[in-house]
Unconditional design. Structure first.
Length: 403
């Protein structure tokens, strides 16, 4: 029914998301910018990433709407243009005018870069899911592994370029490279012909219908809590490792497990279904929090290491679960828009996780004990929401059968 070429398309889509995933590598650029603009505060620099995440979600929503009128190829090409303009704009910032440069950084990197990545992310994933109706978890996991590892894979290249060419020339080079890759790769991203056949009737909830279901909002809350717990440690893995006497390279290992976890959890979803997969992911999260807390209390690095790897795996599994759940629970017909709406859970999570962690560490005098304990609280809250979600999904299916 589906061409064997779908694996080629999946591979190309994953490569595209690797390049788009560089937007997550803001930490690589933060220090070089702080050296050029010494009067920029850490909070001002961090705002760049926050803006990019907000517009990443908005870009995904716009792409979902555009998918009804434009081919995936056209949307990805628009993404390529936005990212080229955004990165070129960053390369033209003026070091002698820090005030306007900060505003321009927010616009070019945050608004244009975030929107451009959202365009490609939504278009690639929603299109590839049509090629893999039998393996939505695995397909989503593979693509999201590429997206999650983008900063890690291209990070060393970006770091080398910054050292040899400077921060501004680096953005110009990366902008051109991303533009070329997206333009070429867009030629391989297309909807399967079987979906265009009149004999195949796509079904699914409209965005409005989905947002009226209790199951959607319970799931969004679950995502917020699960992602917040992961962000308490995943983005600070290197700092946590150093605090307990391990090398900073541990942070890169966590990033690898973050990527691999997306594929593992996706494969489990296809075999065991949504309910079991979410439960397994929560158990891994709780185990990570418990091991980290034990490690903090005993100063045993082995517990810290395994705990970090568990948190990386659990956090990586969250977006895969989200994609596969929304596709199966609300149908493929309006997946592009529905998926983008689910992604908005990233915004509160990206604020709450780091904020809670920093406050707890500050109040604990630099210790991580309370942060690790907070992960266990999040795991308990996620478990309660999982129970409520199971009931809401059963009720939704029962009411649908009665119609």
């Amino acid at each position: 029914m589906y061409s064997n070429k779908r694996w080629l398309y999946l591979g190309v889509g994953t490569v595209l998301l690797v390049f788009c995933g560089l937007i997550y590598g803001w930490s690589l650029f933060r220090d070089p910018f702080s050296q050029v603009y010494t009067n920029w505060s850490l909070s001002q620099l961090s705002m760049t990433f926050t803006i990019s995440m907000v517009f990443f979600c908005l870009g995904g929503f716009i792409a979902g709407k555009l998918s009804a009128k434009l081919k995936p190829r056209s949307i990805i090409m628009l993404s390529a243009v936005l990212l080229l303009v955004g990165f070129f704009g960053v390369s033209r910032l003026n070091p002698e005018n820090p005030s306007s440069s900060l505003t321009m950084l927010y616009i070019f990197y945050g608004v244009l870069g975030g929107t451009g990545v959202g365009f490609s992310y939504n278009s690639v994933i929603s299109t590839m899911n049509k090629w893999f109706p039998d393996k939505p978890g695995l397909a989503s996991g593979v693509m999201m592994m590429g997206f999650g590892l983008g900063a890690l894979i291209l990070g060393s290249l970006a770091t080398s370029l910054i050292a040899s060419q400077g921060i501004f020339s680096t953005f110009l080079i990366l902008g051109v490279a991303i533009f070329v890759v997206l333009m070429i790769g867009s030629l391989f991203i297309k909807n399967p012909e079987v979906q265009q056949s009149a004999s195949v009737k796509l079904e699914g909830y409209t965005p409005g219908q989905m947002m009226k279901t209790a199951s959607f909002w319970i799931f969004v809350l679950w995502c917020v809590i699960a992602n917040s717990a992961g962000l308490m440690v995943v983005n600070s893995a290197a700092s946590i490792a150093l605090a307990f006497g391990a090398p900073a390279i541990v942070g890169m290992i966590v990033s690898v497990f973050n990527g691999v976890g997306r594929v593992i959890i996706g494969g489990i979803f296809d075999r065991a279904g949504r309910k079991a997969t979410m439960l397994i992911n929560m158990i891994i999260m709780a185990a990570g929090g418990a091991l980290l807390l034990i490690g903090a209390k005993t100063s045993a690095m082995i517990f810290i290491l395994i705990g970090l790897l568990c948190m990386g795996t659990s956090y990586g599994g969250n977006p895969t679960i989200s994609s596969a759940f929304i596709n199966r629970e609300y149908g493929p017909k309006h997946f592009a828009v529905n998926f983008s709406l689910g992604n908005f859970s990233l915004i509160p999570a990206s604020i709450l996780g780091p904020m809670i962690s920093s406050k707890l560490i500050e109040n604990a005098g630099g210790a991580y004990d309370t942060t690790f304990a907070a992960i266990l609280i999040c795991a308990a809250g996620a478990f309660v929401l999982w129970i409520l979600l199971n009931g809401a999904c059963r009720k939704k299916r029962k009411s649908k059968k009665q119609l």
